[in-house]
Ligand binder design. Structure first.
Ligand code: NAD
Ligand code: DAU
Length: 349
């Protein structure tokens, strides 16, 4: 049986990836290593937690002893590394936490995996999941490609850029068989409601102001989270060692247009008068150093591995709004902190 260790599997993208791998690859053992920070929520994985090929390990990528124990116990052939501090606004208020988890944690993980595998690198793979934010900010034209120079501008993107550099350094220096991807903004079920879309859904639902930063004209390229998981699957199994693949939705929206569209969908789903929720939009102080535009050129991934997004935004966006409305208990648990109790009831340290 092949064993794959996924870090950060209780988070937003990680939980979709764990579910995909547990269901699609019954001959793999999937080990989910997660510290369960505020962003880790095992309720996301209720439907697979009893699967025979799934194991959860509560551990900190920043703790070499814990890492060595989990790696020795399961001896994975593949690592897919998603664990990170992921929210830009938090990186502005506490940059050090981002250096600790994203930079030091990644280097400690690389080291632990290098120690585990030694010279026996046949059939091994270390996959690092990264972000398009490492490339900086675009003007009105152009796209990020895999050869765009790094130009991170927030503590979050700087920490992810540093982690990318370390992953490549372990490839060149120690021949660790790595592969990387840099993805655009994900949306879909189970995203922590500090990020734009679930935050707005929650505020519309509870009729609170909708805080749009600055002039609302910043542009993001949105991708259905399950399409990101499928891209990771394609790259993990077919990507060339040492290479980087960009992943994107080819789906650019200004924040304001996106929030307006969301208001209209929510009015319809909630049976409110059309236009009601738009009245909640409130322009607030801009995010410091707010990147203006991200847009991904995913040609390489499509050309080499045949991946394209499967879900159209109009469909995925409506599905997302419906999911949060149909899972108000999930939202309530996250907002109230109740979700943390799930771990205590379900697992022992
Ligand atoms: P998330 O914040 O929802 O989840 C992060 C997970 O990592 C949580 O389960 C958390 O408990 C875990 N974690 C944090 N610190 C840890 C530690 N020290 N040890 C072990 N586990 C720890 O993040 P996400 O949005 O799912 O993003 C996952 C990855 O994908 C990140 O590396 C992020 O940079 C990258 N990414 C995210 C997006 C996006 O739109 N969300 C886009 C591109 C890339
Ligand atoms: O591009 C990929 C990145 O996308 C990932 O690497 C990050 O982990 C992920 O958090 C996301 O970063 P963003 O900063 O783009 O996402 P966020 O949801 O925080 O914000 C999206 C846009 O919406 C951004 O331009 C800021 C704006 N915004 C955000 C919030 C939370 C608002 O206008 N109001 C808000 O309240």
């Amino acid at each position: 049986m092949t064993t794959i260790l996924i870090t950060g599997g209780a988070g937003f993208i990680g939980s979709h990836l764990v579910r995909l791998f547990v269901n699609k690859y019954p001959n793999y053992k999937i080990v989910n290593l997660d510290l369960l920070t505020y962003a880790g929520n095992l309720e996301n994985l209720r439907d697979v937690e009893n699967a025979p090929n799934y194991v959860f390990e509560k551990a900190d990528i920043n703790d070499p002893t814990q890492l060595a124990q989990v790696l020795e116990k399961h001896r994975p052939e593949g690592i897919i590394h998603l664990a990170a501090e992921s929210h830009v606004d938090r990186s502005i208020s506490n940059p050090v936490a981002f250096v600790e988890t994203n930079v030091l944690g990644t280097v400690k993980l690389l080291n632990a995996v290098k120690n585990l595998w030694g010279a026996d690198l046949e059939g091994k793979r270390f996959y690092h999941v990264s972000t398009d934010e490492v490339y900086g900010s675009l003007g009105d034209e152009g796209f990020f490609t895999e050869t765009t120079a790094y130009d991170p501008r927030s503590p979050y993107s700087a920490s992810k850029a540093a982690s990318d550099h370390f992953v490549r350094a372990y490839y060149h220096t120690f021949h660790l068989p790595v592969v990387l991807s840099n993805c655009s903004n994900n949306y879909g079920p189970n995203q922590f409601p500090e990020k734009l879309i679930p935050l707005m859904i929650n505020n519309i639902r509870t009729e609170k102001p909708l805080p749009v930063y600055g002039d609302g004209q910043n542009v993001r390229d949105w991708l259905w989270v399950k399409d990101h998981a499928l891209a990771i699957d394609a790259i993990f199994h077919g990507g060339r060692t040492g290479e980087t693949y960009n992943i994107g939705g080819n789906n650019e929206w200004t924040n304001l247009a996106l929030v307006q569209q969301l208001c209209d969908i929510m009015d319809e789903l909630l049976g409110r008068t059309p236009g009601d929720s738009r009245k909640l939009i409130s322009f607030v102080k801009d995010r410091p150093g707010h990147d203006r535009r991200y847009a991904i050129d995913a040609y390489k991934l499509h050309h080499e591995l045949g991946w394209s997004p499967t879900v159209q935004f109009a469909e995925g966006f409506r599905e997302t709004a419906k999911w949060y409305l149909e899972h108000e208990d999930w939202l309530e648990h996250v907002v109230s902190g109740e979700y943390r109790k799930y771990y205590e009831g379900q697992y022992q340290d």
